[in-house]
Design a protein around this ligand. Structure first.
Ligand code: GLU
Length: 445
């Protein structure tokens, strides 16, 4: 189908995060959208069914090791005190310290952090980097806070979780609603309390305080690399490939511009306000990214516009949902016309939609592989921090390319050997490594 114009009253998909529009079977609350934890548990069980692993290890992996819940009070500019709730869910550390982002978003819950933390465990294992999985965040709309209030919130939150994070225990990073500046405040707050500068406590910092060159761009770069490999695998030249990208934040904007640089025809991109469309290909570098000018995609002159819903159904070769979770559901999976789906966001496809894509034979390259460039360059950053030696941008990008191609190859081998979906193949790679580590270490005591 073709694009449609954004009309008044159209609710952009990117704003409908908690809309109960997902009829995914859910025994307890049939009208609720599937939670990240439910999706993560189903995906785990699905992959485990293909593997000869101890069911006790699978059962253990359905639960987090521990979840920290803290109260974060801050003084607002007007002198009032606002009280927020923060979380850090630590899922599994059998392969190394907990690793994962911190999210500032009104919908952050304990359960969401656990589900997202599980995905980090698989993501690190599929990339074969020596970290476990965690996720955390604060239930807050960062748009409601001034920069000073956000700084105060971050410093107080850091203090509340200080005992459970650290460069060898749990290493946070940016996620939705947080950025390199947030990580710099976290690093400073932690270091001031510890009495020494400890850059390795957090990744995704600005390079001037121990951040890695290329970290910011890395999740989008890995999405672009995986898209390029998938397109090649299915026998198409990148120069003849049309692409639609939902979301123009760090992941979407970097993926879109790199694919554009490599010759793909990026016909549509969107942010929370809607999208722009050009069947001849957009000049993606001319569109302001979220960092340059938030929510400004629609200010770009283009022949057409497209809603966030319609973008996912465009007749393109590759569609990349790179905004938020649960946008591909049983409601629209049949209408997705793209030949390949590359998951840029974490958890954009519900379990019911995954089944539809499997029946339709539409390859869905999963988030835990596609956007894993973020945590991979986080690992590079952590190595640089420990060694007190920075790498050049070229070195970071070269090593990222190697790691992505290795992981892509491991997943492709399972995909071909077992005749499963790409998601199951990625889970099989990850789960085998985690289960092997659990079996080698055994249960304490
Ligand atoms: N938040 C990112 C993710 O979901 C990066 C996590 C990290 O670098 O630790 O993968």
């Amino acid at each position: 189908m073709g694009p449609t114009s954004t009309t008044a009253g159209d609710e952009p998909r990117a704003e409908t995060r908690s809309e109960p529009n997902d009829p995914e079977p859910n025994d307890s609350e049939p009208n609720e959208p599937e939670s990240a934890l439910e999706t993560a548990r189903r995906q785990l069980q699905h992959a485990a069914d293909h593997l000869d692993i101890d069911p006790n290890v699978v059962e253990r992996l359905k639960h987090p090791k521990r979840v920290h819940e803290v109260t974060v009070p801050i003084e607002r500019e007007d002198g009032d005190v606002a009280v927020y709730t923060g979380y850090r869910a630590q899922h599994d550390s059998v392969r190394g310290p907990y690793k994962g982002g911190l999210r500032y978003h009104p919908d952050v819950t304990r359960e969401e952090c656990v589900g997202l933390g599980m995905w980090m465990t698989w993501k690190c294992a599929v990339m074969d980097i020596p970290f476990g999985g965690a996720k955390g965040g604060i239930a807050v709309n960062p748009k409601d806070l001034t920069d000073e209030e956000t700084e105060r919130l971050t410093r107080r939150f850091t203090d509340e979780i200080r005992a459970v994070i650290g460069p060898t225990t749990d290493i946070p990073a940016p996620d939705m609603g947080t950025d390199p500046q947030t990580m710099a405040w976290l690093m400073d707050a932690y270091s001031m309390q510890e009495g020494e500068t400890i850059p390795g406590v957090v990744t995704g910092k600005p390079p001037v305080v121990g951040g890695s060159e290329g970290r910011d761009e890395a999740p989008g770069r890995s999405v672009a690399i995986v898209a390029r490999e998938a397109v090649d695998y299915y026998g198409k030249a990148i120069g003849e490939t049309s692409v639609a990208v939902q979301g123009f934040g760090s992941v979407g904007a970097n993926a879109a511009t790199l694919l554009d640089d490599w010759g793909a025809n990026v016909v549509a991109v969107s942010d929370v306000t809607g999208g722009v469309y050009d069947p001849d290909g957009l000049d993606t570098r001319a569109i302001p990214s979220h960092r340059e000018e938030p929510e400004a995609v629609m200010t770009h002159e283009a022949p057409g516009t497209v809603t966030n819903d319609a973008l996912l159904e465009l007749d393109v070769d590759v569609v990349i949902p790179a905004a938020i979770g649960n946008v591909l559901t049983a409601d629209n999976a049949d209408d997705v016309a793209a030949d390949i789906v590359i998951e840029g966001a974490n958890g954009p496809t519900t379990s019911a939609a995954s089944e539809v894509f499997a029946e339709r034979d539409v390859p869905v390259i999963p988030d835990i592989l596609a956007n894993a460039g973020g945590v991979t360059v986080s690992y590079f950053e952590w190595l640089q921090d420990i060694n007190r030696r920075a790498w050049s941008l070229d070195r970071v990008n070269d090593e990222l390319e190697t790691e992505m191609l290795d992981a892509w190859g491991d997943v492709r081998d399972e995909f071909e050997a077992r005749d499963v979906t790409w998601r199951d193949a990625a889970y099989i790679v990850a789960l085998s490594r985690i289960a092997e580590a659990h079996e080698a270490r055994g249960l304490w005591p």
